[in-house]
Write a protein that binds this ligand. Structure first.
Ligand code: SF4
Length: 416
């Protein structure tokens, strides 16, 4: 496979899907409802949670098994289920570890990547009473033993969708542990929750997207389990859920769709490659972002999903090195979209007036060297480290040299 061609082709396919999003979703809905699934359109988090709550009440659900899904993190599903008395159990091993530790996922693909095997052994020992020196194999077997029991108890299973396949009315789920297929096939009710942008037009597109997602996500040629779910159990079939619901979540995605420049951020297949390549993410980690979608793609979309006012700072916390764009599986111009967010926040008058003044002064000084040289090194150090303090609130002191660049130049080369 020519990877560069594949990425280009994937971008074009997602372009087509997003440009015709309304039609693709309607095709999907009409086909999957024809096989007995129910499609629920959720405009925001509240509506999605209400729909899940209603289904849980109808099914008298006490225990729910859940496979890894960033959209369920986005709507804070576990907190909500806890508040209505439903036990929600994460079945992906990484997510299970994070749930035991009371932490949000650290990475969109590998949620517990910041924990060592010793950390996990200690956690399991505290929470599940295992040997603190247990090996990863022993810990996995313990999790498996507990989770198998939960599958049997659960009345409802929830999964996300890696792709919504329009022309067959199907949901494609990709995973490495087999927990997603157990979550959707074992309980008598299956709920899928997916962002509306997850659509791809055709089944044949999976021959491109499945290997692309695997390669860019985890470096595999293809992920271990790839399931296509096209409805609840049909007459004559011996397994699968009796009821299936698909919740299509907007929650700000149509704001992005309406913005011609930002629209391409909806092509994202959540492979996580941009996080792995980002020098900022590598240094500060996923939790420092304080939002569901961390890293470059998170900094691009979060201001649109949750509001520019509160989340515009994410687009500023980037060196704009372009590494994210370089590695993106579907060639989203991520660093340009970060710049676009900055431009948008200034255009909408959301810039910080103090910052504006500082930049104006900086520009003036840069264009007029004598102004920059008025203060000597000591005065600059005192002003930046003791008076302004904005710089030193999160960093070490700055140390300006005693003599300015101009003076040192003159010392060395005279006035030429
Ligand atoms: S923006 Fe690109 S690299 Fe980042 S998660 Fe999405 S598809 Fe992967």
């Amino acid at each position: 496979m020519n990877v560069e061609l594949a990425r280009e082709h994937a971008k074009n396919t997602k372009w087509k899907a997003i440009e015709t999003l309304d039609k693709q979703l309607e095709i999907f809905e009409s086909i999957i409802t024809g096989r007995g699934a129910k499609v629920i359109w959720a405009e925001d988090v509240q509506r999605a949670l209400e729909a899940i709550g209603r289904i849980c009440r109808e099914k008298q659900c006490k225990t729910l098994v859940k496979s890894k899904s960033m959209v369920t993190e986005e709507i804070h599903l576990n907190d909500y289920l806890g508040s209505i008395g439903v036990e929600s159990v994460e079945t992906d091993l990484g997510e299970y570890i994070q749930q035991l530790d009371g932490e949000a996922p650290y990475h969109i693909v590998t949620p517990a990547m910041h924990k060592s095997k010793e950390d996990v052994a200690k956690l399991f020992a505290e929470k599940l009473g295992t040997d603190p020196k247990a090996t990863p194999e022993q810990l996995t077997l313990k999790a498996r033993e507990i989770l198998r029991e939960k599958y049997v108890q659960a009345e409802v299973g929830i999964t996300g969708a890696n792709f919504i396949v329009a022309d067959i009315g199907g949901i494609a789920v990709t995973e490495n542990e087999g927990n997603a297929r157990l979550s959707c096939a074992w309980p008598s009710t299956h709920i899928v929750i997916a962002g509306i942008e997850k659509v791809i037009p055709s089944l044949t597109d999976l021959s491109l997207f499945w290997p692309l997602l695997a390669s860019y996500g985890t470096g595999q040629k293809v992920t271990v389990y790839n399931s296509l779910i096209t409805g609840p159990r049909q007459p004559g079939e011996t397994d699968g859920p009796q009821d299936m619901y698909v919740i299509l979540l907007d929650n700000g995605r149509t704001n992005i769709l309406a913005d011609e420049r930002q629209r391409e951020s909806l092509y994202c297949i959540r492979c996580g490659a941009c996080l792995n390549a980002c020098p900022v993410y590598k240094n500060i980690g996923g939790h420092a972002y304080g939002v569901t979608y961390s890293g470059p793609i998170g900094s691009v979309i979060t201001p649109h999903l949750k509001g520019l006012d509160e989340y515009k700072h994410l687009s500023y916390a980037s060196s704009l090195c372009g590494n994210c764009t370089e590695v993106c599986a579907v060639r989203i111009n991520l660093h340009e979209l970060l710049l676009e967010n900055r431009y948008e926040s200034v255009r909408e008058g959301k810039g910080d007036p103090v910052e504006k003044l500082v930049w104006r002064a900086w520009k003036h000084a840069m264009l007029f060297r004598p102004a920059l040289n008025i203060a000597n090194g000591k005065m600059k150090n005192w002003f930046v480290n003791k008076v302004a303090k904005g710089w030193t609130a999160q960093r070490g002191d700055l140390k300006f040299p005693d003599r300015s660049f101009n003076q040192r130049w003159r010392d060395k080369y005279g006035d030429r």
